[in-house]
Design a protein around this ligand. Structure first.
Ligand code: KG4
Ligand code: ZN
Length: 418
């Protein structure tokens, strides 16, 4: 079946068409079309995501991206006028499919207009598009309903409902975190190895959660952050080091900029050591706000004590701060995750979320799992680590396979949990 995936929870507007077949243990996927617009350049100026701007950009870009994804998938066909399709005589007697489609569409116009009225310009683009192309051969729509920025989520939610009405197809609301958890299973060799209970560590800009997956779509959150999410901490520390948003990839690059010898010298000279918050706590919760504050105080202390560094830290020192911060985060993540293995009889470990794009963190988990050879580690390819629509379509397919119902009455939920 063909699934249209739509994602607008944060600063990525994404639409994809995914072909999926097989049951839960044999599912196979093929991405037929994939279009993504990252708003990073726009939000950079604000040093983070600005919700009203994200909403506006989603509204502006959804229709062009839909066109792009469907075109790539080769399912976008202009509506044929009757004259070119049938002979004039025939057309009067029996309207062709396109004519019928346009007629039913016209009857739904005010309903669709009401649905999209809150997103500036979206109805106009949508109406033009939907009246230009035939209903594509798609079986269902899957859209992120949360968690995320509510104004941004609503754009995707309303857009997918409008498409579902216009094209008369089911829509499955999906949890964004479930998308992060299930998307690595797009690779068949990973799906074949899945066994429950599995453990998932979700590390993204908005979330840090350890989740036991007892069975398909059956989750138990065993730990989460008490304050900042990991990605958020990366972004904030990056700002302290004058790096642009999003800070994660920048910190990662900076941390490796100088050779090891040089980094060690600087680390010793300035005694760059940060805490590993909550590493010894009995629970599985995390906290990254204190670590972030330690970095802030450290920078202030260094600047006060070294007049030559007062306006600008040296690139070498910045690199060592980035490295030590990254190490501190990694140590906590790895240690707490490993601690859950025995307690929950874990058979698989699935990493998910944008921060899994971090090479140091990936390597640390690969090393750690060598100590637990009975556990299979699944890390998403970096290309689907950060937000995208494919992960939403994959999650939608599993929801469909497991008998969840399509719905039309759902809302965007900013703080949706697993
Ligand atoms: O999953 P995601 O794309 O969006 C959310 O659902 O939040 O994650 C975005 C987060 C940002 O905070 C970004 O800085 C972080 O993922 N990130 C990274 C890396 N690439 C993205 N953090 C550390 N290292 C990276 N290479
Ligand atoms: Zn995400």
């Amino acid at each position: 079946m063909k699934i249209l995936g739509i994602e607008t929870s944060c600063d990525e507007t994404a639409v994809c068409l995914l072909e999926a077949q097989g049951d839960v243990s044999t599912a196979q996927f093929k991405v037929l079309g994939n279009a993504l617009y990252s708003q990073i350049a726009i939000h950079k100026e604000y040093g983070g995501v600005f919700p009203a701007l994200a909403k506006r950009e989603h509204a502006k870009n959804l229709v062009p991206l839909l066109g792009q994804a469907l075109k790539e998938a080769d399912v976008l066909l202009p509506i044929q006028s009757e004259r070119t399709n049938d002979s004039e005589k025939n057309s009067e007697k029996s309207p062709n499919k396109s004519t019928e489609f346009l007629q039913t569409l016209a009857a739904k116009k005010s309903q669709l207009q009401t649905l999209l009225e809150r997103e500036i310009g979206l109805f106009e683009d949508f109406w033009q598009f939907i009246n230009t192309y035939d209903r594509p051969a798609i079986d269902m729509i899957s859209v992120t309903m949360g968690p995320g920025l509510e104004p941004a989520l609503w754009v995707g939610v309303n857009f997918s409902k409008a498409l579902a009405i216009a094209w008369n197809m089911p829509v499955y609301p999906v949890n964004h975190l479930e998308g992060h958890v299930l998307s690595p299973l797009i690779e068949a060799h990973q799906l074949q190895k899945i066994a429950f209970p599995a453990l998932s560590l979700i590390i993204s800009g908005g979330h840090t959660e350890l989740v036991v997956i007892k069975d398909w779509l059956d989750y138990q959150v065993i730990g989460q952050t008490k304050d900042d999410a990991v990605g958020e901490a990366f972004d904030k520390v990056a700002r302290m080091l004058d790096l642009p948003y999003p800070g994660g990839p920048e910190i990662s690059k900076l941390a490796e900029q100088f050779n090891e010898q040089k980094r060690r010298e600087i680390k010793e000279k300035y005694n760059v050591v940060f805490p590993r918050p909550m590493i010894d706590s009995k629970d599985f919760d995390f906290s990254f706000s204190g670590l972030k504050t330690s970095v802030l105080y450290f920078i202030k202390k260094i600047k006060d004590a070294n007049p030559d560094l007062a306006t600008n830290l040296s690139p070498e020192l910045k690199s060592v701060i980035a490295e030590e911060f990254q190490n501190a985060v990694t140590d906590v993540l790895v240690y707490k995750t490993e601690k859950a293995f025995d307690e929950f009889g874990v058979k698989n470990l699935i990493l998910g979320g944008g921060v899994t794009a971090n090479t140091h963190i990936r390597t640390a988990f690969e090393k750690m799992i060598l100590q637990s050879p009975h556990i299979h580690l699944i890390i998403p390819p970096t290309i689907i680590s950060t937000d995208n629509a494919v992960m939403i379509a994959v999650a939608g397919y599993f929801n469909f396979l497991l008998g969840r119902h399509s719905r039309t009455d759902f809302k965007a939920v900013g703080n949706l949990s697993l």
